[in-house]
Design a protein around this ligand. Structure first.
Ligand code: BTX
Length: 326
């Protein structure tokens, strides 16, 4: 742990009371001048520090600026987000993550940006990533699972995000298979999983997630306006990005550890509890055929399960789906 994060922890634990420079310097084994320099750095990160002569230091105001430091402060994880790379602008956090993964970034490294100039979705679709208004983040994982299980990581991530949102009053998240999170039928978040693998071994996975947080109504582009939403739009509040990121990373770490220890079934059950239109009729194209069936759940490999009128069950991987059928 760095001196910096130890210092932050001491100050945070002291809450309203002052800690003397002497005390800090003894506990951290650095000079009082060094302590003072660290305080100046914290101020640059957006913290408001009060220094009272003969008494000591305390935090008057926690920072709301997203940075690697402010995200780590109060982050309650053991491996996810130990390394955080924060950038104000990037083309796409996915690209930064791939680059970092190729140069040996650790399992659990997080890349987050205030803004993406070419944020992307699946199949090279655009992901709008307005500056400071959402969470645009990619996580590098090095799971020791066979490549065919990778889609389960997408479902796991969606479940973790849904769990976080579900804790808030008035938010009722649904997961639309495979990777969108909806509130009141509108997309609030998307997940993009990309993998580098050999035949039977994953080198690394990059899980990208975009969550619309503080966009006002007129800050969502016209093209997606009627099918996208943000947490602010749904609740009329401003949300704390730092807190949400920490909650998502904590939930994700817990789910991932469960997944490796006990397998996919708990996550699957949880996913299904959020599943958009589960138990309802959908229609889909398979080749030239157009079929209708009841969406009954997801399979262990992440495929969508449907039940046909004749009682047969079928797995669908990437059909064209029409979610709304009379
Ligand atoms: P997707 O292909 O399922 O969704 C993309 C579609 O969603 C777009 O075609 C558009 O219709 C719509 N859309 C675009 N931007 C938004 C938005 N901000 N809110 C709601 N709907 C939108 C989903 O792909 C996966 C998205 C992953 C985004 C993250 S952000 C961090 C990381 N970096 C990166 O470049 N992508 C991922």
């Amino acid at each position: 742990e760095s001196t910096r994060s130890k210092l932050i922890k001491l100050l945070a634990d002291a809450k309203e009371s002052y800690i003397s420079g002497q005390q800090l310097s003894e506990q951290l084994h650095i000079s009082r001048t060094a302590i003072w320099k660290h305080m100046k750095e914290l101020e640059k990160d957006g913290y408001v520090i009060e220094a009272k002569p003969k008494t000591g230091y305390r935090i008057k105001h926690f920072s709301e600026n997203v940075s690697a430091n402010t995200l780590k402060w109060g982050l309650n994880t053991s491996w996810l987000g130990k390394e955080i790379i924060h950038k104000s602008t990037v083309s796409s956090t996915q690209l930064v993550a791939h680059e970092a993964a190729r140069t040996n970034a650790a399992h659990g490294t997080v890349i987050i940006a205030d803004e993406q100039s070419s944020g992307r979705g699946r199949m090279d679709r655009v992901w709008h990533s307005k500056k400071g208004k959402g969470i645009w983040m990619s996580v590098i994982l090095r799971p020791e699972i066979p490549p065919y299980m990778a889609p389960q990581l997408t479902l796991m991530t969606a479940t973790a995000i849904a769990d976080v949102l579900d804790q808030y009053d008035g938010i009722n998240p649904k997961i639309k298979w495979p990777n969108d999170i909806l509130i009141e039928n509108k997309k609030v978040a998307g997940i993009l999983t990309e993998m580098q693998a050999e035949q039977d071994r994953i080198q690394y996975v990059v899980i990208g997630m975009g969550l619309n947080v503080n966009q006002a109504d007129n800050e969502l582009p016209d093209a997606i306006h009627y099918r996208a939403t943000s947490l602010r739009k749904e609740t009329a509040n401003e949300w704390q990005i730092i807190t949400l990121v920490q909650q998502i990373l904590q939930a994700m770490e817990a789910q991932y550890d469960t997944f490796l220890k006990r397998g996919f079934s708990e996550i699957k059950t949880k996913w299904e509890s959020y599943g958009f239109r589960i138990g309802e009729k959908i229609s889909y194209h398979q080749g030239r055929e157009n079929k209708q069936a009841i969406f009954s759940g997801i399979a262990a490999d992440g495929a969508l399960l449907v039940e046909l009128a004749n009682g047969n069950k079928e797995k669908i991987y990437s059909a064209e789906i029409d979610w709304f059928v009379e």
